[in-house]
Design a binder for this molecule. Structure first.
Ligand code: FES
Length: 176
């Protein structure tokens, strides 16, 4: 009968000798990490002075000479500025071509004398009032001015669609 406790055990491999790091290497690593930390902190602090600003194009534009517009709806600026210029017997107003339902761009149908939104079917009359569909409010009118040069200046940053307010300056400009 053999005694398992007395049998020879396989030789254990000698532990690998740990790589040695010199004191100089350790200090160099420490200084490098500290310099990296300070650099990253300085960059983050400098970034703080440059806030995230979105530079959008101006909402104000020159629509050109008022005398160049005929009576009725002009679609001249519909694509570029999303604005219709409307000339009446009394003057001008500028309608923002943005449906008050969900923001789609309506189209002008001169034969029906109405703006129609292709998304959910809202219809607006020449003044921008809702005459069909789900739109809850009239189209907005943009601020409009007649410059000394005779040009119409439109500012889409200032909007109004309340009857009464929208029919006077600065959302309506008289023009003979
Ligand atoms: S976005 Fe114009 S009707 Fe819905």
């Amino acid at each position: 009968m053999s005694d398992s406790t007395t049998s020879a055990s396989p030789a254990m491999p000698a532990p690998a000798k740990a790589a040695s790091v010199s004191r100089g290497d350790f200090l160099w690593l420490g200084w490098t990490m500290l310099a990296g930390f300070i650099g990253a902190s300085a960059a983050a602090s400098a970034r703080f002075f440059f806030p995230n600003v979105i530079y959008e194009p101006s909402q104000r534009f020159n629509a050109g000479p008022a005398k160049g517009f005929d009576l009725g709806v002009s679609t001249k600026w519909a694509n570029e500025q999303r604005v219709w210029i409307v000339r009446t017997e009394q003057g001008f107003y500028a309608l923002w071509a943005r449906c008050t339902h969900l923001g789609c761009t309506p189209n002008w149908f001169s034969d029906q004398s109405r703006f129609k939104c292709p998304c959910h079917g809202s219809n607006f009359n020449l003044g921008g009032d809702v005459i069909a569909g789900p739109a809850p409010k009239p189209l907005l009118r943009a601020k409009i001015e007649l410059a000394a040069t005779g040009d119409l200046i439109i500012d889409k940053a200032v909007l109004e669609n309340t009857p009464g307010k929208r029919d006077t300056a600065p959302f309506f400009v008289e023009y003979a």
